[in-house]
Design a binder for this molecule. Sequence first.
Ligand SMILES: O=C(O)CCCC[C@@H]1SC[C@@H]2NC(=O)N[C@@H]21
Length: 255
Amino acid sequence: MDDGGCTGAVLITIRTVAETGSTNADLLALARDGAEDGLWLRAIRQTAGRGRLGREWQSPEGNLYASTLVRLRPTDPPAASLALVAAVALQETVSTFLVAGICQGTTDASATLVLKWPNDLLLADAKLSGILLERADDAVIVGYGVNIAHHPDLPDRLTTDLAAHGVVVDPAMFLDILADSFSRWIGRWRTEGIAPVRERWVDCAHSAGTALTARLPDGSGIDGLFVGLDTDGALILRLASGERRVIHAADVFLL
Ligand SMILES: O=C(O)CCCC[C@@H]1SC[C@@H]2NC(=O)N[C@@H]21
């Protein structure tokens, strides 16, 4: 269901289940059965939550586990740039709740919220959330895991959750705001292209010149300084040799 292509906005429908394996897996199946843009599926718990690069996503009750579906249209920007759309919508949502917490005096105003390529959100330098994009033909599934009430201990990165920073929010309410933000950013992506999304992403990211290490899918690593994003949203690093390297797939860490 849409608006006839005028603004790119879609009708939002949110379904909630108590438990499933993975909301991404369920939405992939629904997409193959013809589900439309704007459908969201939230699970209170997942038993087989999946993360990027084949990792497990621990999914106990209290956090947000939700996926949505984007049907690609011939006029859409490159599908890979949906990672940036997903990230800016999440950043906007989390900052809404952080600002509310700061106004109420429950949240530490010094905890900074920063995007890290392609779609990680760091709160006080620790991973707050994850986004997994999966594709089936013309459908892209965007799955969000947001640490609202608790966070896992991981061996290779710091993690955190909103409650640890004094932000107490119901996952269902969080999703209402996220779905609205996602719909608006998808609308801009469709009608204005990737430029405003990329601009917003860069505004919300760590600063240019930040030292990063990129772990590539073949296991090799590249260290460099963050330059920005290319026109399709790929990561640009400046290596110590002066070479400019464009990276399309990697796990990225702040050094
Ligand atoms: O590894 C990451 O950073 C991405 C994690 C994405 C987890 C979410 S939880 C909802 C959706 N369903 C899944 O199985 N995975 C995504």
